[in-house]
Ligand binder design. Structure first.
Ligand code: GLN
Length: 284
């Protein structure tokens, strides 16, 4: 029996209610995705009949959602800062708190300013691309050790028509030998291997290599702080996202590599989220 959009959404919302806090919204977003429209269209056309193929596709997505798969992987996209980005299981789903790094870079720079920025471990490209779009005279280099993730980032660059970004495959600074930048940004993996957080069902769908970083979660933060002094111009900045309990460890790592901590920034929940570090101008 053919269902209307309204009936399909209501039924799916009831199915999801036991598993999701946002069952109604999830159902609507998945239905809108299946029919290739936005949510508003659903509300203005509630009596439209779902085609049999759409009905099957919708049921398949609801089944995946019931198994805990994040909505962003089901629709294949997520909003971050001012744009919509493709994501898939090779990339982390961008977190809103990571937008704070973008905002800080935009505060540190002028709209027309030319500068060189490096985004290490770019994933779907959200940090580097958001900055490249907002600062058209900047040149952004975005790296990732995962070729699959870089494919997603390149697709996003294409979709956003960002011409001032290039991509490099490889580990941290090995991708930019001898090159220097005004600003280096990164949201690297920083969760400790033993952290119970990794068992969170939603996280099991995300790429472990983007989350987990050794027994204390500091492997990547250590590698990045070690390489930053040679990759930054004097007076340049390193903006590094980290766990809420890693600000002190990051400040120790920064100082151990001859850098100075400018300050740590908290996210909207008041938790330590990223640290701004500088390489002193050797003349000062
Ligand atoms: N902040 C992320 C989370 O909450 C972790 C991302 C990371 O390790 N870079 O899952």
């Amino acid at each position: 029996m053919a269902a209307t959009l309204n009936q399909a959404a209501r039924l799916a919302s009831r199915q999801l209610a036991r598993h999701s806090d946002s069952a109604g919204l999830d159902a609507e977003l998945l239905l809108a995705h299946v029919i290739g429209k936005d949510r508003v269209w659903l509300f203005t056309h509630p009596e439209r009949i779902l085609a049999p193929l759409q009905e099957r596709n919708f049921a398949a997505l609801i089944a995946r959602r019931l198994r805990g798969e994040p909505l962003a992987y089901l629709t294949g996209e997520r909003e971050f800062y001012r744009h919509r980005f493709r994501v898939n299981r090779h990339t982390l789903i961008p977190r809103p708190e990571t937008e704070l790094i973008v905002e800080r870079v935009l505060t540190l720079t002028e709209p027309e300013q030319p500068f060189q920025l490096l985004d290490l471990g770019t994933g779907s490209g959200v940090i580097g691309l958001s900055i490249a779009k907002a600062r058209p005279n900047a040149v952004v280099v975005a790296t990732d050790v995962s070729a699959d993730a870089l494919e997603v980032a390149k697709a996003n660059a294409h979709r956003l028509k960002a011409g001032n970004i290039e991509f490099r495959l490889g580990s941290w600074f090995s991708t930019v030998p001898g090159q220097r930048f005004d600003i280096v940004v990164s949201n690297p993996p920083y969760v400790a291997t033993s952290s119970p957080y990794l068992a969170d069902p939603a996280l099991t769908f995300e790429p472990n290599e983007a989350l987990e970083a050794g027994i204390d979660g500091l492997d990547a933060l250590q590698a990045i702080t070690a390489g930053a002094p040679d990759a930054l111009y004097p007076g340049g900045r390193l903006l590094l996202e980290h766990g809420h309990d890693q600000a002190y460890a990051v400040s120790v790592l920064a100082r151990a590599h001859g850098m100075t901590v400018v300050r740590c920034y908290t996210d909207l929940s008041g938790l330590d989220r990223f640290t701004e570090i500088t390489v002193e101008n050797s003349e000062s």
